[in-house]
Write a protein that binds this ligand. Sequence first.
Ligand code: SF4
Length: 369
Amino acid sequence: MISPPTTGAYISWPFCAQKCTYCNFASGVQPKGLESDYAAALAVEIAATDWHLLPDTLYIGGGTPSAIPAAEFGDILQGIPGQPWTEATLEAAPGSLTPEKIAAWTRAGINRVSLGVQSFIRSELARTGRKHDAETVRRDVAMLREGGIGNFNLDLISGLPGQTAASWRESLDAVVALEPPHVSVYMLEVDDDSRLGSEIILGGKRYGAFDVPSEDAVAGFYEAAVDHFAAHGIQRYEISNFARPGAESLHNLKYWRREPYIGLGSDAHSFDGTIRWQNPEMAVDYVARHLAGLPLREDETAPDPAEEKFFVGLRLAEGVHTDPSDWDRFGPVFHRFLAAGMMEQQGSWLRLTPRGVMVSNEIFQEFIS
Ligand code: SF4
């Protein structure tokens, strides 16, 4: 039997208790009273959405949705059809979990949690503005397992101010000791708009601005993570994502495989298989447009699928399945990267080699006209 086509659903909850020093998202501490207006606008957007494709995956992130009170959590997801979702992930800040909240999450259909750990080193965490420590994370993971959520992700950031090869190794060991099904490793690219970025520009000392590891050091941290996790059965399946076999994120795979997803809330992006669009970036504008009865869709584009197939799909370790028209169009580019050892070919599949992964942004540029 052929299953009907499905979509992913993403909900943005852009509210955080504090603004992390490296963060350049449109999330953070928001004006008082905005949260309830935002929840009301979100409910209207969900009710007005064309759900001709039912979601089989759901992801609620963007800020700190784990801070939503247990009694209110179910209301947020109530209008999303497709329950029970095959995978429904909630992004959580360490230290914001309670058994009552976890029970409310599972009642609402959540079956996976992504914990924004970032580091297990107290001094590194303190400079980001995060309040948790390694013990908080261990307690949260135990609480999740006790609450019936054994499918979880731990996020790490390589390149935090003050990070060294030794401290990075300590974080990697701490991750492995918790036996996570999934790990994400993001290489920090300091954005000028973040507090850390402006401190660096000003030549200041706050947030460890004088102590940001070099690009070479960060690349070395990443390679150490790939090797360390592989040695413990956690394989890289996308540039920033690692999983035990079968624990890959089904929702995020939709992004890299160009499958449809619907984004709801501020700064949420959508793709229906042909057209991409996004909602207003700032929560306050999202609510204002809703109150004024104005459409939320912005920046509609119809991207070239042949280009996207490579600059999105080559992020995956499995690579991209090519057909003759791809070789007609990008043949010289493929041959150049194959000869340079940045890509490898297996039958009609092309993928990045470990060397190619380290310069992936430069490679992706070659597929954008
Ligand atoms: S919790 Fe995430 S979204 Fe919120 S301020 Fe920190 S990095 Fe940004």
